[in-house]
Design a protein around this ligand. Structure first.
Ligand code: NAP
Length: 326
């Protein structure tokens, strides 16, 4: 498969389409200067990005919206050129909280609709405005999870025109099946956003998703920022991998470009985060080379089956998704 920059959208099961590369926008709020996200999203639009992955819980959704609106006002892009993915947080799973949560995102973005709205995690936490609710002993406060009820509330948001497509994130096969087999299902999940890169290739989940017309969206496609507070550092840095670097040399590309190319070439959407102008540009330059079948297999064989993003602090939640094989 050779994808050119011009046709880098892939179809979704509901008739919409998704750009195969997007800009991830999660950045540690305390370590990120104000305005850096606005500048980065604007740079990304200038170099060709049209897809932005954000979330209310990232605390910079207003900056993403500001950048998009400024570029629209400049006449650089139209709203319909942009694909924005927002996320429903764990404390807003209760059906009556779903629409207000999406409406809050729209207010913050100052946009009329989002292109994709996804359930960020399949685990419900105590409802409310505290994003990480804990008791006095520091134990997380969970909540009864009813993914089908949450999904029905999302379906109503799509019917109301607040969102074009609906998806999920961090769902395992069983949790996807729960939605797919829901009696009276009106809108199928079009995508599942999960960790995916050469050290965690997700071969089985990818196959399952492809069989069900669900696009796999790869988060942490470059191997994360390696922040020890939330990243499992037992695997070495992905971008230092010798094979990825030698393939980079062959094509006059960087290891980052090789790993992104690997995923898009197998039909996986990538959402690399960068707030550095040079690297934002670099990450988009993946449409002018192609890996051979053998190289794709060699990269696939790097799989270590170890997650960088384990979320072990929530492993006692009844819907913790990563106990199952996939
Ligand atoms: N649904 C979920 O549960 C979930 C979980 C995690 C992430 N996500 C989404 O996925 C996005 C991406 O994942 P991520 O942020 O964990 O990690 P990532 O995209 O794999 O890696 C980001 C890190 O790589 C650096 N980087 C970017 N381009 C580079 C390049 N060309 N060469 C070398 N280093 C480069 C970035 O630094 P600079 O900024 O300095 O370039 C940053 O430190 C997030 O921003 C978020 O939108 C979703």
């Amino acid at each position: 498969m050779y994808l050119s920059a011009a046709d880098h959208r892939i179809p979704l099961s509901d008739g919409n389409s998704i750009p195969i590369i997007g800009l991830g926008t999660f950045s540690e709020p305390k370590l990120t200067p104000k305005g850096m996200c606005v500048a980065s999203v604007k740079t990304a639009i200038d170099v060709g990005f049209r897809h932005f992955d954000g979330a209310y819980v990232y605390q910079n959704e207003h900056e993403v919206g500001e950048a998009i609106r400024e570029k629209m006002a400049e006449g650089k892009v139209r709203r319909e050129d942009i694909f924005y993915c927002g996320k429903l947080w764990t404390t807003h799973h209760d059906p009556e909280m779903v629409r207000p949560s999406l409406e809050r995102t729209l207010r913050v973005l100052q946009l009329d609709y989002v292109d994709l709205y996804i359930i960020e995690l399949p685990m419900a936490f105590k409802p409310g405005d505290e994003p990480y609710p804990k008791d006095e002993n520091g134990k997380y406060l969970y909540h009864k999870t009813n993914l089908c009820a949450t999904w029905e509330a999302l379906e109503a948001c799509k019917d109301a025109g607040l969102v074009k497509s609906l998806g999920v994130s961090n769902f395992n096969r069983r949790q996807l099946e729960l939605i797919l087999n829901k009696p009276g299902l009106r809108h199928k999940p079009v995508s599942n956003q999960v960790e995916c890169h050469p050290y965690f290739t997700q071969t089985k989940l990818l196959k399952f998703c492809q069989q069900h017309d669900i696009v796999l969206v790869a988060y942490s496609p470059l191997g994360t920022s390696r922040n020890p507070f939330w990243v499992n550092l037992s695997s070495p840095p992905l971008l230092k991998d010798p094979l990825l670097n030698s393939l980079g040399k062959k094509y006059n590309k960087t290891a980052a470009q090789v790993v992104l190319r690997f995923n898009i070439q197998r039909g996986v959407v990538v959402i690399p985060k960068s707030f550095n102008p040079e690297r934002i540009k670099e990450n988009f330059q993946i449409f002018d080379f192609s890996l051979t079948k053998e190289e794709m297999n060699d990269i696939e064989a790097l799989n270590k089956n170890v997650r960088f993003v384990e979320m072990l602090m929530w492993c006692d939640h009844p819907e913790y998704p990563f106990h199952e094989e996939y």
